[in-house]
Write a protein that binds this ligand. Structure first.
Ligand code: PLP
Length: 358
């Protein structure tokens, strides 16, 4: 099937086949990688290779540490407040959709949540432009959501901010194109879209920020301790970390982020062109310069046709197209593991569906 799921999402077939082939016997050890100690030489090698390859893939400079976390993106939204803001300190949030609001909610018990700008009044059909951002002089950090997975809104270029470091949720667009990591204090992502399987997350954090005192917290929630122990303060999710490593290697082999930027443009342009060229049968209401290359929500003339589209596309071998319950309609997620042919098939199906039901 062609899998357009928003997450957990498609993984490349080559990655799944490799994992299957290695599952029962890791490199002649007679045991599976999931049965070996995380501190043994076999897994330590997997971990070291994965970090090195991720650094190459995303051009992560030495100024930034990399963490592989057991919690996903939501967990980091709480932990970053505990690690980098003092109790009740201001944090600025740029609100561009559902996940920006979740980020605020997770930080709210610990910090003074300030909305620097929001596109909610317009139904999250655009990103707040930089001249609308009202930044606090005393903010611990500024939080943005690079790509809103549910509303299909993406910052094509995240603006620079003033004094406070920029923290960004890249859960649904990491590794989809070149990224200047040095611009950010912290980048985080749940893996289950572009990076790998659910159950592991990635945090890329500027090392000097790790010296901040933050707030009282257990050592397990302390990013500096996690960095010092190579993300192994306790038993890490080794299977998920290993699969992420296979996927990172696959992305490098395919040509890296420059190649995925090219494919993402091609896939999303084809789908938006099909929507815009349908004479209003299919609708996407996001402003042209904020349309996501990763998640494309669209609507048919009524909810009954939406449901029929989901059922018929599934029967035609395309899964994961039902829109999120918060917005309804259809949503096609076009992550790195989704091939160009999948989008060509979807566009063909859309044309055929319109002819039959339009
Ligand atoms: N942020 C974004 C942009 C997401 O798309 C998601 C999940 O879909 C999350 C955060 C939450 O991630 P997790 O389930 O890993 O906590």
């Amino acid at each position: 099937a062609f899998n357009f799921s928003a997450g957990p999402a498609a993984l490349p077939e080559a990655v799944l086949v490799r994992a299957r082939d290695e599952l029962l016997d890791w490199h002649g050890t007679g045991a599976s990688i999931v049965e070996l100690s995380h501190r043994g030489p076999e897994f330590m090698q997997v971990a070291a290779d994965t970090e090195a390859n991720l650094r190459t893939l995303l051009s992560i400079p030495d100024s930034h540490a990399v963490l592989f976390t057991a919690g996903g993106a939501t967990t980091q939204q709480a932990l970053m407040a505990l690690n980098f803001a003092t109790p009740g300190q201001a944090v600025d949030f740029v609100v561009s959709g559902h996940w920006s609001k979740v980020a605020m909610k997770q930080a709210a018990p610990y910090v003074d949540v300030r909305i620097a700008a929001s596109s909610e009044a317009g139904g999250f059909r655009d990103v707040p432009s930089r001249d609308e951002w009202k930044l606090s002089p005393d903010a611990a950090y500024v939080h943005v959501t690079a790509n809103e997975t549910i509303h299909g809104v993406e910052f094509r270029d995240i603006p620079v901010v003033g004094n406070a470091p920029l923290f960004a949720d890249f859960s649904s667009s990491i590794a989809s194109g070149p990224l200047d990591v040095s611009k950010f204090g912290l980048i985080y992502a749940g893996a289950q879209k572009n990076l790998g399987p659910v159950g592991v997350g990635v945090v890329i954090v500027r090392r000097d920020l790790l010296e901040r005192v933050g707030q009282p917290r257990a050592n397990i929630f302390n990013y500096a301790s996690q960095v010092a122990s190579d993300s192994m303060l306790n038993t890490p999710p080794t299977w998920n970390w290993y699969l992420l490593g296979l996927n990172v290697k696959w992305m490098l082999g395919e040509g890296g982020v420059a190649e995925f930027a090219r494919r993402s443009e091609r896939k999303s342009n084809a789908l938006y062109a099909a929507i815009d060229g349908s004479g209003g049968f299919y609708r996407n209401e996001v402003a042209a310069n904020a349309r996501s290359r990763m998640n494309v929500p669209f609507f048919l003339p009524d909810a009954e046709l939406d449901a029929r589209f989901v059922a018929e596309s599934r029967a035609a071998g395309m899964i994961g197209l039902k829109g999120h319950k918060a917005v309804g309609g259809i949503r096609a997620s076009l992550y790195n593991a989704v091939p160009v042919e999948a989008v060509d098939a979807l566009v063909g199906f859309m044309r055929d569906f319109q002819q039959r039901h339009g």
